[in-house]
Design a protein around this ligand. Structure first.
Ligand SMILES: Cc1ncc(COP(=O)(O)O)c(C=O)c1O
Length: 308
């Protein structure tokens, strides 16, 4: 691989919308592309991870790199870069974009098959990364009033088929849920698992608060790094936290509901289907955790400075 820090400098203005690292080169995000025959595209044969940068600092960078490396191993993908090189690529994407608040994604696709071959072992895997302006699962305006969540009847792909702890592009179910949400006038949707328990939504874990205790579905979901942060924040302030099964009725009847994602942090929900929660506003426990989440960011908690 080329020495990342010695890559030719591209005009910074061209990179303000985002910078990508593709095939050893930094390019403007609009020019970042892969061949149409890459199995990452034609078969969703890919894994990825997303870390964010807030006020010029990565949040939990090493945890995201850990999960990405685990996912690559699980899918027998070889990004072809060691940990230090990947970290430097991510740094370079952010540095070149100049973004202080960014959504930073790393991906590894199966790659292009050998001509005439259908053997995934023979494809050369492809690592890519990019930094674009920060992305919110729920916009700050929606968060101010609390999001409207619907419980979709679309079941999440069973974990026996696609391991949800390996971050993947099998989003057909999640996207169906999202369209269902829009049809129902909601902001987003949470899916159920094959047994009818609440699982996760397009890009987030879900939580309910009942009698001062926070519960989030375990088992059939991505082990969100923001979910781990929620657990740590709960421990810091003495709020009981557990993973467990949550039924749709329990979610509708909760005192409070919130979502968590690298793309937006801790995000309040004020309505689940027709049920209005905490007087239609973000709840007290949610607000406490959310405020702490951002204060901790400002203090540099779990932070890694970007060397602009
Ligand atoms: C399906 C799914 N669940 C949960 C999450 C939340 O994970 P994290 O907090 O690590 O961003 C994501 C993040 O993109 C996701 O795609």
């Amino acid at each position: 691989m080329s020495n990342v820090s010695e890559l030719p400098v591209v005009d910074c203005e061209m990179l303000a919308d985002g910078a990508a690292w593709v095939d050893g080169r930094i390019v403007p995000i609009a020019e970042a592309s892969i061949p149409v025959t890459d199995w990452g595209f034609t078969r969703s044969d890919v894994t990825y991870d997303v870390v964010h940068v807030w006020h010029g600092r990565f949040f939990r960078l090493e945890d995201h790199l850990d999960r990405f490396e685990r996912s690559c191993r699980a899918l027998r993908l070889d990004p072809g870069l060691d940990r230090d090189a990947m970290r430097e690529v991510l740094m370079t994407c952010v540095r070149r974009s100049g973004l202080r608040e960014a959504y930073v994604e790393m991906l590894c696709t199966r790659g292009v098959p050998r001509p005439g071959s259908r053997d995934p072992r023979l494809a050369k895997n492809r690592f890519m990364a990019f930094a674009i302006p920060f992305v919110w699962v729920l916009s700050p305006e929606i968060q101010a009033r609390g999001g409207h969540l619907t419980i979709s009847d679309v079941p999440r792909i069973p974990p026996q088929s696609v391991d949800p702890t390996v971050k993947n592009f099998h989003w057909g179910d999640l996207t169906r849920g999202l369209f269902q949400a829009y049809e129902r006038g909601a902001d987003t949707a949470v899916l159920v698992d094959m047994e009818g328990f609440v699982s996760e939504g397009p890009g987030f874990n879900v939580f309910c608060v009942r009698d001062g205790r926070v519960v989030s579905p375990g088992g059939t979901v991505l082990e969100g790094i923001t979910r781990a942060t929620v657990r740590e924040l709960c421990e810091l302030v003495g709020i009981p936290f557990s993973l467990g099964r949550v039924t749709p009725d329990e979610l509708r009847d909760a005192d409070e509901v919130f979502l968590s994602s690298t793309a937006g942090g801790i995000m309040p929900i004020s309505r689940v289907d027709d049920r209005v929660l905490s007087n239609g506003r973000p709840g007290a426990v949610t607000t406490r955790l959310r405020d702490l989440y951002w204060v901790k960011h400002d203090e540099g908690w779990h932070g890694t400075d970007v060397d602009y």
